[in-house]
Design a protein around this ligand. Structure first.
Ligand code: HPA
Length: 238
């Protein structure tokens, strides 16, 4: 069995998945963090690797950029491979009183995407994180020396030239991060009944024109991925 976008054999994908956007980051994280990582997907170069972290079976796979790409992979992972936990590990633009390098645990994900409305009768869904994963992240972050805060984020479909008022609206609503995937992931989690969380390093500050250097981004990603693995371990072993 395979799916239109994933060639892994049944059983090749673990119930717990870390989902960075970039497939090369998936490869980097898998080799950095997993014992005996094995490549399980290369279709469309969306690399995925399975291995173990402290004995726990884990898959780390790219999900691409934006809600449509993420939703394709997430839907196939959940429906065809029985995935039960997905933690998106990525970056976001910061808004308001957040600092570069800070980690946001996305409690809610508002959006300008119609993705959830398309599947919710045109109504407004409230896409939110799995409470167990979020609580695990809050509890585990200090031990991993990660400065993490629970935050609201916004998933946009427009990286360039969206609503010119958007930053003001986000600021006014105390939304601290902007990225492009969490609202789709959380909406799918609510419909399909799996656990989801997005853990995001603030890589840019949109109101201060500040940007994290590439090497710090990489270190931030490893820290965030370790935190994600610890969250997954806590929810599957309790
Ligand atoms: N916009 C959307 N997604 C992002 C950004 C941004 O500024 N920074 C990191 N991901």
């Amino acid at each position: 069995m395979s799916t239109p976008h994933i060639e892994a054999a049944p059983g090749d994908i673990a119930p717990s998945v870390l989902l960075p956007g970039d497939p090369l980051r998936a490869r980097f994280l898998a080799h950095e963090l997993l014992e005996a990582p094995r490549q399980v997907n290369a279709r469309r170069n969306m690399l995925g690797f399975s291995g173990r972290w402290q004995g726990l079976p884990v898959t780390i796979m790219g999900g691409g950029m934006g809600i449509p790409s993420t939703a394709i992979y997430v839907t196939e992972l959940v429906r065809s491979y029985g995935v039960r936990q997905i933690v998106r590990v990525g970056t976001c633009g910061g808004i308001g009183a957040v600092e570069l390098g800070e980690v946001l645990l996305a409690q809610s994900a508002s959006s300008d995407s119609r993705f959830n409305r398309l599947q919710f009768g045109g109504h407004d869904l409230a896409p939110c994180a799995d409470f167990g994963l979020l609580r695990a992240a809050v509890e585990a972050a200090p031990a991993g020396a990660v400065a993490a805060r629970v935050a609201h984020v916004f998933s946009t479909d427009c990286f360039y030239d969206g609503d010119p008022q958007l930053l003001q609206h986000l600021h006014r609503h105390h939304i601290s991060g902007i990225e492009m995937e969490a609202a789709g992931l959380y909406g799918l989690a609510m419909r399909e009944g799996f656990r989801a969380l997005a853990i995001l390093t603030v890589s840019d500050h949109l109101e201060r024109d500040a940007h994290m250097p590439a090497d710090e981004r990489e270190q931030g990603l490893v820290r965030v991925a370790r935190l994600a693995l610890e969250c997954v371990r806590r929810v599957v072993t309790t």
